[in-house]
Ligand binder design. Structure first.
Ligand code: PEP
Length: 249
């Protein structure tokens, strides 16, 4: 039985003091032992966010890491820095990073390996553009992202990765994939993971949906057989996030 993960992606929002205030506001609203909860916060918010969530059910995630161990990479953050700061999850391959910062499938594979080496849980994002969907390319595009993203990763490590299926046309647009559209792709990702690895590995890996998930549509999306949680942008900055975490209450 896969435990659901509800992960907030604050993106480039929330100064450290605003972040602490938000964590305080959400503290009692996000209690639900049946799901894992995390906030993926901007790098500068990590240390205060870890402090502010101590003793709660909320883990802190980062939104990026660099795949080298350490050294002359000005502006980058390493896996060991994240671990030392108390981070548990790290997003990689978000479509905003792929689009604005030219992150490739190969970069994401290296980031996943580095995160795993340090005991961090990668939240590996994939997703198609509207144009690709309209051209019928969704499944082949996502399979390629998964294939390269997981290349050289053993089954033992693969089960530690969380995948987030995020159709680009649904991110921040207010347009949510229907539960059938989201399930179709998440189910295919699982089928493909079974081909790459085996059925047991595929059944263990958590696959999230992301793209305008909110308090009104979460329960329906999260009821789908292959959707094991959500990666939530806009709604993670509001009290709505508490309603998503408690979608089953
Ligand atoms: C995201 O940032 O991954 C995301 C899904 O954003 P939103 O929920 O705002 O669409």
């Amino acid at each position: 039985m896969r435990k659901k993960l509800i992960a907030g992606n604050w993106k480039m929002n929330m100064t450290p003091s605003e972040g602490i205030a938000l964590i305080g506001t959400l503290k009692d609203l996000v209690k639900n032992d049946e799901v894992d909860v995390c906030y993926c916060v901007p790098a500068i918010d990590i240390v205060p966010a870890v402090e502010a969530t101590k003793g709660t059910n909320v883990a802190i995630g980062a939104q990026n890491l660099y795949f080298e161990e350490k050294g002359a990479y000005t502006g980058e953050i390493s896996a060991s820095m994240l671990v030392d700061a108390g981070v548990k999850y790290v997003i990689m391959g978000h479509s905003e990073r792929r689009g604005y910062f030219f992150e490739t499938n190969e970069d994401i594979n290296k980031k996943a390996k580095k995160a795993l080496e340090h005991g961090l849980t990668p939240i590996m994002c994939c997703g198609e553009s509207l144009e690709q969907r309209q051209q019928g390319l969704t499944i082949s595009w996502i399979r390629e992202q998964i294939k390269v993203g997981f290349e050289g990763i053993s089954a033992e490590d693969a089960v530690k990765i969380v995948i987030a299926y995020e159709p680009i046309w649904a991110i921040g647009t207010g347009v949510t994939a229907t539960s059938e559209q989201a399930e179709e792709v998440c189910a295919d990702i699982r089928k493909y993971l079974a081909e790459l690895y085996d059925a047991k590995t595929a059944d263990t890996i958590r696959i999230l949906y992301g793209g305008s998930m909110n308090a009104a549509n979460a329960a329906e999306l999260l009821a789908m057989a292959d959707i094991d949680g959500g990666l939530i942008g806009g709604a993670s900055l509001k009290t709505d996030f508490g309603k998503i975490v408690n979608y089953n209450k």
